[in-house]
Design a binder for this molecule. Sequence first.
Ligand SMILES: C[S@@+](CC[C@H](N)C(=O)[O-])C[C@H]1O[C@@H](n2cnc3c(N)ncnc32)[C@H](O)[C@@H]1O
Length: 436
Amino acid sequence: MTVLDPTCGTGRLLLAAAQVASERGCNIRLVGIELADALACVARAALPQADIITGDATDLMRSMHPDVVLLNPPYRGRMRQPIEGDLERLQSLESSLGSRLGPYTDPATGFVLLSEAVLKEGGQLGAIVPVSIVSARDAAAARAHLARHCITRSIVSAPAPFEAQVNTVSIVLKKRPEPIDAQCNWSSKLATAACVPSVSLPGDALIGDIADVTADFRDEYYALKGHIVECADCPDAHPVLTSGLIDPGVSLHGTHPARVHGERWSAPGVIATRKEDTDAKLGAVIKQRLVPKVLVATQTPVIEAVVDAQGEFLPLTPVIRIVPRDPADLWRIGASLLAPQASALALHRHFGAGRSPAALRLRAVDIAALPLLESSREAACILQELAGGGGDLRIAASQAADLWGGLQGKASEALLDWWWSRLPERCRSSNTPGPK
Ligand SMILES: C[S@@+](CC[C@H](N)C(=O)[O-])C[C@H]1O[C@@H](n2cnc3c(N)ncnc32)[C@H](O)[C@@H]1O
């Protein structure tokens, strides 16, 4: 049996493999490749029985056919400086893996694909890679390829960022004899392992069927720089809603401070009409957003959305806005997102997309693809009460869960408890944030 580590560094993974093989009385051949000769020398000293080659794995491993690949490849990571030749090597990976690597895919995904390509039939790959491989849009083609060609034997997330400052997952794949039609279910496997309840769909209708879901970008965020004022000082200002000012069903604007452009504001607002303050373009951007809508925060433990029935709030990037074609559907959308099932489903679909492994970072398209509950007077009442500063969040969420349906008795209570336990402490201790 040949065990290959194509980016072996000082040989730690190969050393572990040697120990396991010796405990089990197996005879294995160890092969390591490492770009940095200084590290390769350390690996050679630690593993005299192994073949350690200094060189570029993206080139050298193509002619190898190992039974097992152990992989802890280089990550792009937010903090990492590129090493000399990185760009060329990435381009060479892209040219051999074609459309399976999107432009923003972490190079680690390229190493996973290359490892799968060289594995013998029935061979196994154990990889430690950034969690972005599970949910990043640009890794979708790679995931689809790996699902067709490999059985996922296990996937485990490592929540604490280690020295690479990247959240990682450990994946064990076994190469199929023949590719089959299969979908990648890594995200759902991780969600299940993190005790996120499984839920059924309430029907076929989706939020995107009746509403436009949009996210602003950095440009819109920076366009407001210099135009933020305190609402208390400027009665004409439009209140600005940040992600931090959105709790499930309620806006915290005016009752909680917010940070905008690095500064702290008691109640941030923006003036759209003063000529000396704003150019016509900014005025148009603001006007377009001052319509009845539902606003959704990002990087949250559950979906946190609030109905802006009067169209008075200006969402600040990265808040996502949902504008129904018929404003009568606002409360229906709000109830659909308040139902604990929506948060559980979103985690099963997009686990690992947030900054911390269990945080939700839904894109506009992800929200558009979430189920839409039937229109009901009950949904409107629940949400209106909450938005008005009254109501009880737990009861409201339980009613929204009933509208979604599919769960009864203990299962329904367990779902509610799970959702409730993920809420920020301030939501659990007080359902009434006070007057706006
Ligand atoms: C995250 S470290 C992992 C090292 C080792 N596998 C471990 O777990 O300790 C990644 C290693 O890949 C090496 N590396 C980067 N690009 C490479 C390439 N194209 N070919 C071979 N090694 C490479 C780096 O020098 C680094 O030592």
